[in-house]
Design a protein around this ligand. Structure first.
Ligand SMILES: Nc1ncnc2c1ncn2[C@@H]1O[C@H](COP(=O)(O)OP(=O)(O)OP(=O)(O)O)[C@@H](O)[C@H]1O
Ligand SMILES: [Mg+2]
Length: 404
C-alpha cells in the first residue's frame, strides 16, 4: 500500500472531524491557505515523517496513523483503521492504549517518555500532545514516537563493552595466575597416581582431583575467552559448512544421545563477511546447550533464511543515526524441543556466569553474544516452558556479497 493511502482515507473524513479540524482548517484567517495547499501538504508531510504519528479524536477514533507507526507497532497498514476506535486498532498493545486513554485525564503531558511494548519488546520514545480546537477545547490527542529498540541495543552493547573493559584486565590477570597452578595440580596428581598404582582408593581420589582441576582449567580458559577483546579475522564465510562443523564439535563436547539433528540450509544462502572459527564457536555453544537441555532425547532443528535489519551506519554526509540503513541479513535459527527456559530466567541467560547447571560456567551464551556483537549482528531467544527454545542469530551480509 502506498504511504499516503490511509491518509487519503483520513482526508476523506468529514472536514469538521475533530481530529483534523485544527490541522487542516486552523484559525479562520488561514483557512483558504490551509485547505488549498494544506491538505495535500499535510498528508505528504505526515506520511513522510520518520516518526510514528498517531492522532485520535476525543471520542476515541483514529484520525491519523502513518506507515512508520504501523511498522513500529508491528501492524499491517489498513486504510479502514481511520475512524475505528484506537483501543481496537491497538488491541495487541494494551500498554499503549492505556497511555493514550490517560492523555485526556492529564492537564500536563509528559514531553518525552520511554516505553517497552510488552507484546513485541520494542522500546519506543514518545511525546504526547493535546489537539485543541479554536475554542481551546481538547478535541483529540497526538502521539509522536520513535523506535528506540536499536538505540537501546547499541547502548546496552556500549555498557557491556565498558563493563568488560573494566573487568577484563583484572579477570585476565587472575585467569593467567590460575592457569599455571591448575596445570601443575593436574600434572602432579597424574604423577602421584602412577606411584600409588597399588591403592584403588588413592587412585580414585586422585582421579577426582584431576577431573576437578581439568574443569577449573576449562572455566579459566572460557573466562579468558570471554574477557579477551574479540578480534575478528573476517573472510568470505559460507554458513552451511560452519554449521555442519559446529554439529560435529558439539557432539564431541556434549552427550547427543538419541537427539535428532535436522539441518535445512538453502543452497543459495549468501555468504557473509565473518570469522569462520568464532562463528563456529557460536553455533557449537548453542548446540551444546540444546543437547544438554534435551538430555539425550528430542530434536534440534537448524534452519536459515535471509532478511533485512536496520543498520547503525548512516550514509556519508547524512546526520549520523538519522537515516536508518537497511542491511540484508542471514538469519540462523537453532531450535530444540526441550524443557524451555522459565520466563523469570530468560533475561539472564546471556549474563556472564549465569548457569543453572551443576557443571556449567555460565559463559557459553555470554561468549556467543560477544562474538555476534563483534559481527554487528544480534541474537534473540524465544522460549516457553515445555515447548522448547529457539535461538535466532541475525548476521549482516556485506552488500557486495549480496549483489554478486
Ligand atoms: N537450549 C536451552 N534450553 C534450556 N535452557 C537453556 C538453553 N540454552 C541455555 N539455557 C539456559 O541458559 C543458561 C546459560 O547458558 P550458558 O551456555 O551461558 O551457560 P551454561 O550452559 O550453563 O554453561 P557453559 O558455560 O558450560 O556453557 C544455562 O545454564 C541454561 O539454564
Ligand atoms: Mg552452555
Amino acid at each position: 500500500m502506498p504511504a499516503g493511502a490511509k491518509l487519503d482515507a483520513f482526508a476523506k473524513a468529514p472536514a469538521d472531524a475533530p481530529g483534523i479540524a485544527k490541522a487542516t482548517v486552523g484559525r479562520p484567517r488561514r483557512r483558504a491557505v490551509a485547505t488549498t495547499v494544506g491538505d495535500r501538504f499535510f498528508r505528504d508531510m505526515v506520511a513522510s515523517m520518520r516518526n510514528g504519528v498517531l492522532a485520535v479524536t476525543r471520542d476515541g477514533g483514529v484520525a491519523v496513523i502513518n506507515d512508520e507507526a504501523y511498522r513500529i507497532f508491528g501492524l499491517t497498514p489498513d486504510a479502514g483503521d481511520i475512524g475505528r476506535p484506537y483501543a481496537d486498532v491497538l488491541r495487541v498493545h494494551p500498554d499503549m492504549v492505556r497511555v493514550i486513554a490517560s492523555t485526556f485525564e492529564l492537564s500536563h503531558l509528559p514531553n518525552r517518555v520511554e516505553l517497552r511494548l510488552k507484546s513485541t519488546g520494542r522500546v519506543i520514545g514518545y511525546t504526547l500532545a493535546h489537539i485543541r480546537d479554536e475554542t481551546g477545547e481538547v478535541a483529540g490527542a497526538a502521539l509522536f514516537f520513535k523506535d528506540l529498540t536499536r538505540v537501546e541495543q547499541l547502548e546496552e552493547r556500549e555498557r557491556l563493552r565498558d563493563r568488560l573493559a573494566a573487568l577484563g584486565e583484572m579477570a585476565a590477570a587472575m585467569a593467567h595466575e590460575l592457569k599455571n597452578p591448575l596445570a601443575g595440580i593436574e600434572a602432579m596428581a597424574g604423577l602421584l597416581r602412577r606411584k600409588v598404582s597399588g591403592s584403588p582408593d588413592a587412585q580414585s581420589i586422585l582421579k577426582d582431583i584431576i577431573n576437578e582441576a581439568k574443569m577449573a582449567n576449562s572455566t579459566v580458559v572460557e573466562m579468558l575467552d570471554y574477557v579477551r577483546p574479540v578480534r575478528l579475522e573476517r573472510g568470505r564465510t559460507a554458513l552451511g559448512p560452519v554449521l555442519q562443523t559446529a554439529v560435529s564439535m558439539a557432539e564431541s563436547k556434549a552427550q547427543r544421545g538419541e537427539v535428532g539433528v535436522e539441518v535445512a540450509i538453502p543452497d543459495d544462502l549468501p555468504p557473509i563477511q565473518g570469522d569462520e572459527h568464532q562463528l563456529c564457536q557460536v553455533f557449537t555453544n548453542l548446540l551444546i546447550n540444546a543437547f544438554e537441555a534435551l538430555g539425550g532425547a528430542g530434536t534440534v532443528r537448524i534452519s536459515t533464511t535471509t532478511g533485512v535489519m536496520e543498520g547503525e551506519h548512516a550514509p556519508q554526509g547524512s546526520l549520523a543515526g538519522e537515516t536508518p540503513v537497511h542491511v540484508p541479513t542471514v538469519v540462523i535459527q537453532i531450535a530444540d524441543d526441550g524443557p524451555g527456559i522459565p520466563p523469570e530466567l530468560t533475561d539472564r541467560v546471556f549474563n556472564a556466569f549465569f548457569t543453572t547447571k551443576a557443571q556449567g560456567s555460565g559463559l557459553g551464551l555470554a561468549i556467543v553474544r560477544k562474538i555476534i556483537d563483534a559481527h554487528d549482528g544480534r541474537i534473540d531467544v524465544t522460549t516457553a516452558p515445555g515447548l522448547g527454545t529457539t535461538f535466532t542469530v541475525t548476521l549482516p551480509v556485506c552488500a557486495d556479497e549480496w549483489f554478486q
